[in-house]
Write a protein that binds this ligand. Sequence first.
Ligand code: DC
Length: 232
Amino acid sequence: MCKPSTIAIDGPAASGKSTIGYYLAQRLAYLYLDTGALYRAVTWAALQQGLPIMDEACITRLAEEVEIDVLPPAVEDGRQYTVTLAGVDITWAIRTPEVDRAVSPVSIYPGVREALTQQMRRIAAQGRVVMVGRDIGTVVLPHADLKIYVVASAEERAHRRLLDRTQQGCAPDFEQMLQEIRRRDEIDSGRAAAPLRPAADAVMFDTTSMTKEQMFDAVEQLVDSFACDSGG
Ligand code: DC
């Protein structure tokens, strides 16, 4: 059977795109790249070094200089991959509420996007890759064989983030979570450079009322129905 070699998965925060992308990559034995991790790593480095997030030139220079790697999971603690910055494992450090709050402003800067997009394309060059983000199908890999755009209601996504945070030992408030999700949607969709939106040829995938198993079945059917002569 013919399989898509490059798969682009986009969608808003907590829509289920990473869960779906990771599953597909495992099933197909492809490389998995969650591109949000790169934006988060730059943001974490900026916070760590006490750099002003609103200083575009300074944050752009940082993005051009930092040495980020996304590697297969080094530890069995529920992670999908290991993120290192200059060799230091920052996999969980990039998932804190502080990074959540600062990452959308960082990802607005065109120079930051340019630097990270180059890294993503290098990684995808050999094919057999599932890449997850906001602009993969529209900007990073506009010629991807299969593009999937994952959505879910803001309430459902806030609920999912609440569960993640509770598992990390925090006790956030649902309304606060919902507000943060909506704020990030606005920034991600409203920015001038590579805004969050589906590619014209993306398959829409609504996970609002799906269990994980239902998501996996549906996405697998999608890949199985991929035809090389029509899909590339
Ligand atoms: O998927 P995530 O929540 O880890 O992404 C973190 C931030 O990075 C998000 O606010 C938007 C940004 N991002 C982006 O602009 N483009 C991508 N390809 C991936 C993430």
